[in-house]
Write a protein that binds this ligand. Structure first.
Ligand SMILES: Nc1ncnc2c1ncn2[C@@H]1O[C@H](COP(=O)(O)OP(=O)(O)OP(=O)(O)O)[C@@H](O)[C@H]1O
Length: 259
């Protein structure tokens, strides 16, 4: 059974059809990418999947439940987490606190009592802190646990976002341009991390990404959007050799890079 099934999703802003009748299925344990030129509707589609927008038409089924119209916190609690194109960390909180925030839907104690060490919550707090530290180790920034998030280098902020997304034990993580602004070395490291999410933690991954080298190296399936519509879907080979995709979306240079 598919983990995520979005059927005939349409989202309209005023007169603009940002997502147009898109059907998209994700199998558990896979890494899939959504690509397309700027303004194609990728982020809007993510926003519909994660409950930030309600679709004007269509249905989203996740982990066997119809989640169409659910709030984003309810969807997160069911096991769908995401990162954002523009990093959204709590800059004036520490790295560790940012991960604890990501855990809050799973804790009985309120996040404030954890941060300010409410007496009755000591045991739960210790468990949460240990888990947060383990996640920071997984993404490779445990040594920075006490730094303010805003002081981390850019690549580490992206890692922290992933650790925070992992904090709720998600079944699936949606990554919106996780390597935007990274240098090639950071991008290679991020690629490894995304692969490890799936291979070592069993987390299904959906990726919006403009870096075609990354997309082609990591994706098992790729869906291509343009002007809100899905114009192609398939494995790397099918997308790489699809003339419409090459000409309209990858361009000759990118297609060469991907080959
Ligand atoms: N809240 C909004 N209100 C009105 N129009 C919007 C809104 N959000 C997105 N749009 C429009 O919808 C279209 C799709 O935008 P979206 O951000 O989903 O594209 P994208 O494929 O993610 O682009 P990019 O690769 O540049 O991030 C664009 O024309 C955009 O201007």
């Amino acid at each position: 059974m598919a983990l995520l099934e979005a059927t005939n999703i349409t989202k309209i802003f005023g007169g603009l059809v940002a997502v147009n009748d898109v059907t998209f299925t994700v199998e558990p344990g896979s890494i899939v990418s959504v690509i397309g030129p700027n303004g194609a509707g990728k982020t809007t589609f993510f926003n519909v999947l994660t409950g930030i927008y309600k679709p004007d038409k269509g249905r989203v089924v996740f982990a066997g439940q119809d989640i169409t119209g659910w709030r984003s916190d309810q969807i997160a609690a069911l096991g769908m987490r995401r990162t954002f194109q523009n990093i959204r960390l709590f800059g004036n909180m520490t790295v560790l606190e940012n991960v604890l925030i990501g855990m809050h839907v799973h804790l009985h104690a309120s996040i404030w009592s954890i941060i300010f060490r409410g007496r009755t919550m000591v045991r739960e707090e210790a468990k949460a802190r240990n888990k947060a530290l383990e996640l920071l180790s997984f993404v490779g920034i445990a040594d920075k646990r006490d730094e303010l998030a805003k002081n981390l280098p850019y690549g580490d902020q992206r890692r922290l976002e992933i650790a925070r997304a992992m904090a709720g034990d998600p079944k699936i993580i949606l990554l919106d341009e996780p390597t935007a602004g990274m240098n090639p070395h950071e991008t290679a490291e991020a690629t490894q991390l995304i692969r490890r999410l799936r291979d070592e933690r069993g987390i299904t991954v959906i990726l919006i990404e403009h870096d075609m080298r990354l997309v082609m190296s990591i994706s098992e399936r790729i869906s291509v959007l343009d002007y809100g519509s899905k114009i192609a879907e398939g494995d790397v080979q099918a997308i790489r050799t699809n003339p419409r995709v090459i000409e309209a979306y990858l361009g000759k240079g990118a297609a060469g890079q991907a080959a």
